[in-house]
Design a binder for this molecule. Structure first.
Ligand code: IPE
Ligand code: IPE
Ligand code: MG
Length: 261
């Protein structure tokens, strides 16, 4: 994606001691970065606050992450906001999250217009509360013509459910005679996933130190570089994004071969 370098430099401003914008190669910015936003609850608990306060604080980090991603010129930023397993949380927390998704999206629509950001969702939206579902559909409709960065929110998303759904969709096409089983290959399978048409993430960031995928993009992350930071999501800033990209640029990606970088 095109990037305005003057705007980017102004956005980054005063650097902390360990990292600055010149540490990253702007010609090798990953095109799709994905984030497992984790640690909201622990961030709040460490301050003696209710877990839900951590989710509210996490919204500010997400807004900053969207702006940072646009400034850096990502094609796609995707974030894991609510998993199919997160329904197991206390009802009060689930309700707060669903309400927060709806109110935040309404509030942030002007930002998406201003930055030409196109919205997208991964997950089964039908099962969401009506209020949240309706706001999501409005967000999709209102940003459908935007031509800048794609911002994908994974909500009620689970990778196993996504893969099973893709298999079912293909099986239906075979059943209806639209497809022959022999036609099914990697690309066709990928076209039935929620991520259809998007490049696989090149970089996956997980905050709060956990080293697991928690049922996120199992298919799409086959060759993705994984960066874990101990920082809790509400403390994640534009500088953490630079640290992650810096680490990514120092990896040797071989894709099973033997060439360096
Ligand atoms: C991530 O933070 C946000 C969601 C899963 C919605 P958590 O709520 O998982 O925070 P921790 O992991 O309990 O600290
Ligand atoms: C993964 O975080 C889901 C999201 C960030 C939305 P969790 O906090 O739910 O993951 P586990 O339970 O620690 O694996
Ligand atoms: Mg967590």
């Amino acid at each position: 994606m095109e990037r305005d370098e003057a705007k980017l430099r102004a956005y980054y401003g005063d650097a902390p001691s360990d990292i600055n914008l010149d540490d990253v190669d702007l010609t090798r910015i990953p095109s799709h970065v994905s984030i497992i936003m984790d640690g909201n609850g622990r961030w709040a608990q460490a301050r003696g606050l209710d877990r839900t306060k951590g989710h509210v604080a996490g919204v500010d980090s997400l807004r900053e992450a969207v702006t940072t991603s646009v400034r850096l010129g990502f094609d796609v930023l995707s974030v894991y906001a609510f998993s199919t397993e997160n329904w197991r949380r206390p009802q009060r927390e689930v309700d707060l999250l669903m309400h927060l998704f709806a109110t935040t999206l309404v509030k942030e629509l002007p930002l998406f217009h201003q930055e030409n950001v196109r919205l997208r969702f991964f997950g089964d939206l039908e099962a969401l509360p009506r209020e949240t579902y309706k706001v999501f559909q409005k967000g999709l409709a209102e940003t459908a013509d935007h031509t800048g960065m794609t911002f994908a929110l994974a909500v009620n998303y689970g990778s196993r459910a996504e893969i099973v759904r893709a298999a079912r969709l293909l099986a239906q096409d075979v059943e209806n005679g639209k497809l022959s089983a022999d036609d099914i290959d990697n690309d066709m399978f990928a076209s039935r996933l929620y991520t259809a048409g998007l490049p696989d993430p090149e970089l996956l960031i997980r905050s709060s130190g956990e080293k697991r995928l928690s049922n996120y993009l199992l298919w799409q992350l086959a060759y993705t570089e994984f960066y874990v930071t101990d920082t809790y999501w509400p403390d994640f800033t534009r500088w953490d994004m630079l640290r992650a990209i810096h680490a990514f640029q120092n990896r040797s990606r071989r894709f099973g071969g033997v060439v360096n970088k």
